[in-house]
Design a protein around this ligand. Structure first.
Ligand code: GRF
Length: 196
């Protein structure tokens, strides 16, 4: 079995996508292992989940840096590199990145977004999808570039929008897809880059 590629997972909250990646990484035949779970928020539930699972965790609280986004990102970048990670997975990391961090990890940073991009970038995607009356909604894994939710799309998964959907019900169905899609796309991407 070739060596597993070390990845850093960046979160800000619940961390259910992080958990999906963690479960995939625990399989012997999966081509990645998590070298760091990093949060910008000390109260992120996912930090505790990762810590309890024995993973290296770190909080670099953006509030400690005030308006100095660059210094915060430098600290984040250093921590990722120190962990040995070769790829970064954003998994509900609720910070808009500056070109600094984006450039450091060009082609090596993935994000999951809860809509079928280019439809509904930004926040409140499920509400927006319902309001727009679309028939299908879903999630996208893309490479991170300077524009928010704009990078090259690696894969998408979709679900039908049902007549009695609420934003919560729709979000839950999309989230199930996210949990399946992220580990699969990450593994494919590692194979494509020939990292594993
Ligand atoms: C997910 O819907 C993800 O697509 C979006 O933020 C949410 C994070 O959820 N970027 P979780 O923290 O992974 O549970």
């Amino acid at each position: 079995m070739p060596q597993k590629t070390p990845i850093a997972v960046l979160i800000s909250g619940r961390g259910s996508n992080m958990t999906a990646l963690m479960e995939a990484c625990s399989r012997p035949d999966y081509p990645a292992r998590i070298s760091l779970v990093l949060s910008n928020r000390p109260d992120a539930i996912g930090l505790k989940t990762a810590h309890d699972a024995g993973l290296p965790t770190l909080c670099i609280d953006h509030k400690q840096y005030g308006k100095d986004r660059r210094s915060h990102e430098k600290a984040v970048d250093e921590a990722i590199r120190q962990s040995g990670a070769q790829l970064v997975c954003l998994a509900g990391y609720m910070r808009v990145l500056t070109p600094f961090l984006v450039q450091q990890w060009q082609g090596k940073m993935l994000n999951i977004h809860p809509s079928l991009l280019p439809a509904f970038p930004g926040l409140h995607t499920h509400e927006a999808a319902l309001k727009a009356g679309v028939q299908r909604h879903g999630c996208t894994i893309h490479l991170v570039t300077d524009g928010v939710d704009e990078g090259p799309i690696l894969a998408q998964a979709s679900v039908p929008v049902l007549p009695d959907d609420t934003a919560e019900r729709l979000a839950a169905r999309v989230l199930e897809q996210e949990h399946q899609l992220y580990p699969r796309v990450l593994a494919d991407y590692i194979t494509k880059l020939n990292l594993a």
